[in-house]
Design a protein around this ligand. Structure first.
Ligand code: ZN
Ligand code: ZN
Length: 257
């Protein structure tokens, strides 16, 4: 079986045909999915979905760097309550995005660091969004080590080795199949297998041959096929390695039904 460790079934582009999306995922042997929040409402929706589909959908709750300005004590308090449930497996997605710079960097740092401290307090792993901020993000995590995943890896192989040396996992999705993504493929082959996770980031970044179309969790299998070819493994081996990696990083995924 495969686990999509990062999707947005809480996004309006996937909400309308959720039942069909889940059917296609199960048919592709994608049996568990982490629905990742990016602001307060989408985190609530991720939580709601994880309750409605217990054992299949799990939630991560967090404030994305784009929405860093919304972070406040009331959200922190609500996250503390949600995080105590079996359904919430991680704090995320959180991080730094210096590509779009939709929030002032000072606010991005403030929200990111506060949520890292919250994850530490709650003993939860983190799902990290990072764009054009790899040096800054990894330096921060080097000084505050936490279990986590760098989702939708887009750094260099050198940065991948640095992340792995900090104990972080690297999440690979549709970009692994993009012809221009040499750094992504080189990163996926230069770290030990125990650091690899599968994801889609659906509805974004659909793999080839669906590039440009809406992504969905079933396509995790296409990413797994690409990873198997790159690493010279059977699809079954990739399934088993990445599932074990996901269970190790997100213990609640394994312990819940
Ligand atoms: Zn992201
Ligand atoms: Zn995402």
């Amino acid at each position: 079986m495969f686990i999509d460790t990062h999707c947005h079934l809480n996004h309006e582009r996937l909400r309308n045909d959720l039942a069909e999306c889940l059917e296609r995922a199960i048919a592709a042997d994608v049996r568990k999915m982490i629905v990742v929040g990016y602001d307060a409402p989408s985190s609530e929706e991720a939580f709601r979905l994880s309750l409605a589909h217990a054992g299949t959908l799990y939630a991560a709750i967090g404030i994305h760097p784009h929405d860093a300005a919304t972070w406040n004590d009331a959200i922190a308090a609500r996250f503390r309550t949600l995080a105590c449930t079996d359904a919430v497996v991680a704090i995320g997605e959180i991080g730094l995005d210096f590509y779009r710079d939709l929030s002032p960097r000072e606010q991005q740092y403030r929200a990111f660091q506060a949520q890292l401290r919250l994850a530490e307090e709650l003993n939860l792993p983190v799902i990290i969004h990072c764009r054009e901020a790899y040096e800054e993000t990894l330096a921060l995590l080097a000084s505050h080590p936490l279990p986590g995943v760098m989702h939708c890896w887009g750094g260099t192989p050198e940065q991948a080795r640095w992340a792995a040396s900090l104990g972080l996992a690297l999440g690979f999705g549709g970009t692994l199949t993009f012809s221009s993504a040499h750094n992504v493929r080189d990163s996926a082959t230069c770290v030990a297998l125990e650091h690899l996770l599968l994801e889609t980031d659906a509805p974004y970044l659909a793999p080839v041959p669906y590039r440009g179309k809406r992504n969905e969790p079933a396509f995790t299998r296409i990413v797994a096929e690409k990873l198997a070819a790159l690493r010279g493994l059977d699809l079954e081996q990739v399934a088993s390695i990445t599932t074990q990696n996901a269970y190790r990083l997100f213990p609640k995924l394994a312990s819940s039904p």
